[in-house]
Write a new protein. Structure first.
Length: 580
């Protein structure tokens, strides 16, 4: 069981080895393996072809010598037993019953130690192989011989000059030792050259592969840096005609998209958190604002219940003059002891005053709800009407209304030079913008404070625009107050009464409506220097041709750096703070 487990584990490790091997090792190993196989095939093929060629040539030479000797024997030439060796070739005539070794040993003048083939002497062997090329071993050594052997009846001459006939064996052969030695030398040379080639190729291959994979190493470093959180890293540029260059370009494009997506998600998360915080604050402020009229209405209802309802009889019965009542119960602070009579049941006059106050608080709560609904719709970026609107007409109407509401104030309208001050927008909403600014100036400045409305040509960049200013000469705002003046439910004077202070949404609505019209709103103020609210709106296309150059504009219009702004980038900057 243990052996089987080890075998399986070994097989698993072997199967996973390619996946764990680095790419450069795989490439170099594959390259060297292919070169080794190629060199081996070339060496084996060339040596085999060369050896076959040498053997074929030797066989041809042996065959020619054999044919010459046979022709001489058949022609009746005298042939004496002898052994003749020249180079690798051997010609021998051996008497029957005598071996080639014995004949060579008995032959005078033949150098000793020459290589000889190991030729059998049996007649059976000659019957099977006689007259054919055959490969035999050597008497001494490991070389082989290629021979042709055949038995013949030959005529020999004895010592006395007499001819006699006898059987003899003709042996023609070539020593293959020279050919084998030559092949061995060539094989050794091939091996040495192949080793040198493989070593050199390994060195060059490592350098080339390393240089070729260096861009991939840069990609790896870039990926590691990105994984560590540095999304600004990019892959170094390479030649786009190469695969690595194309890969790097694709990766850089992908990384740019990923960085953009991450930035967008981060901004979205931050905006969501900020929106959630503002929503919580908005709900809390709205609840606080709505609680005041609801408390007043509940107080009046409680007062009505505690006083036992309406007294029957003439309306004058029990009716005290306003200001003489004391008031009691939970609604005393809201109602005021000087408004209603005290003691007994309510008179009709008291009931009228209660209903009047309930109606006032209901109207106040309705205005607050309408303002919040308008801001919610603007937050949803619901489309508004875009029709030509003459700001001069709206400004003139707002000034006329303000003069009727506050006849004791000096309210002026100044109009600069230029073409018609036409903008594309919703006339009702733009009237609301100017009305809120005028109401802000009238409400939060002392009686008699002058208010000026100015209509001027605005900057030409990025598009020709018009500037509407509402300025007062009140006490102004501190920088910390001006910073939050467009926030919702913000009040610069937290101690003032809600009856005089409004809901704190007027300037927030101004900022949101101006942003919905692709404009900006800004505030220029300082303690003791009054406040100037400046609205910049793009002109309608039909009014842009007659727009004056920037040199014709008032100096203060081109100086927005000293203003606190609330433009399209902050459409929810909110507040109705005192402009004085």
């Amino acid at each position: 069981m243990t052996t089987t487990s080890r075998l399986r584990r070994w097989q698993g490790d072997l199967a996973r080895l390619p996946g764990r091997t680095p790419l450069r090792v795989k490439m170099i190993t594959a390259l060297l393996a292919l070169v080794i196989v190629a060199l081996a095939v070339i060496s084996v093929a060339s040596l085999t072809v060369f050896r076959n060629f040498q053997i074929q040539r030797a066989n041809q030479q042996v065959t020619e010598l054999y044919q010459q000797e046979v022709m001489g024997i058949h022609a009746g030439h005298g042939v004496n037993p002898q052994v003749t060796a020249f180079g690798p070739y051997l010609i021998a005539i051996v008497p029957s019953g005598t071996s080639l070794t014995q004949q060579a040993a008995n032959q005078p003048g033949l150098p000793g130690g020459i290589p000889l083939p190991d030729v059998p002497t049996s007649g059976t062997w000659y019957k099977a192989h006689g007259g054919h090329l055959i490969n035999v071993g050597s008497v001494s050594g490991s070389d082989n011989w290629q021979i042709v052997a055949q038995q013949f009846l030959v005529v020999s001459t004895n010592f006395f000059g007499q001819s006699q006939k006898s059987n003899a064996t003709l042996i023609i052969g070539v020593d293959l030792g020279d050919i084998n030695g030559t092949i061995s030398q060539l094989a050794a040379i091939d091996l040495i050259v192949s080793v040198i080639i493989i070593v050199g190729l390994a060195v060059v291959g490592v350098a080339v592969v390393r240089a070729s994979l260096r861009p991939l190493a840069d990609i790896e470093k870039t990926a590691r840096a990105i994984a560590a959180g540095d999304l600004s890293r990019r892959v170094p540029d390479q030649d786009p005609s190469t695969e690595v260059g194309q890969l790097g370009r694709s990766l850089n494009t992908m990384l740019a998209q990923i960085e953009t997506s991450f930035d967008a998600r981060t901004r979205s998360e931050a905006a969501a958190r900020h929106s959630e915080e503002r929503m919580r604050q908005f709900v809390a402020d709205a609840s606080h604002e709505l609680r005041t009229p609801l408390t007043a209405m509940r107080g009046y209802a409680e007062y009505y219940r505690q006083r036992g309802g309406l007294q029957e009889g003439p309306a004058e019965t029990g009716a005290g003059p306003p200001g003489n009542g004391t008031g009691s119960g939970p609604a005393t602070n809201e109602l005021g002891s000087n408004e209603l009579g005290s003691g007994g049941q309510l008179t009709r006059a008291d009931m009228d005053r209660i209903m009047q106050r309930v109606e006032q608080e209901s109207a106040r709560m309705g205005v607050l709800v309408e303002d919040m609904l308008l801001l919610a719709r603007l937050d949803q970026q619901r489309p508004i009407e875009h029709r030509p609107v003459d700001l001069l007409t709206l400004a003139a109407d707002a000034v006329q209304d303000a003069r009727i509401i506050a006849p004791g104030r000096d309210i002026t309208l100044d109009v600069g030079s230029g073409a018609a001050f036409l903008v594309l927008g919703d006339e009702v909403r733009l009237r609301q913008v100017i009305g809120n600014l005028m109401n802000n100036a009238l409400t939060h400045t002392p009686a008699g404070t002058p208010v000026a409305v100015r209509l001027l040509a605005g900057p030409r960049q990025p598009v020709p625009s018009v500037v509407l200013e509402v300025a007062d000469r009140g006490q102004g705002l501190r920088p910390d107050q001006a910073e939050h003046v467009f926030e919702r439910f913000y009040r610069a004077d937290q101690a003032r009464t809600r009856t005089a202070g409004g809901t704190g949404l007027g300037l927030a609505i101004v900022a949101a409506l101006v942003a919905a019209h692709d404009g900006t709103v800004a505030l220029k103020t300082a303690p003791g220097q009054g406040a100037t609210f400046r609205i910049t709106l793009p002109l309608a296309p039909e009014a842009r041709d007659g727009h004056p150059d920037e040199g014709d504009q008032p100096d203060d219009v081109d100086q927005p750096d000293d203003l606190g702004q609330a433009g399209p980038a902050a459409p929810r900057a909110d507040v109705r703070g005192p402009a004085a």
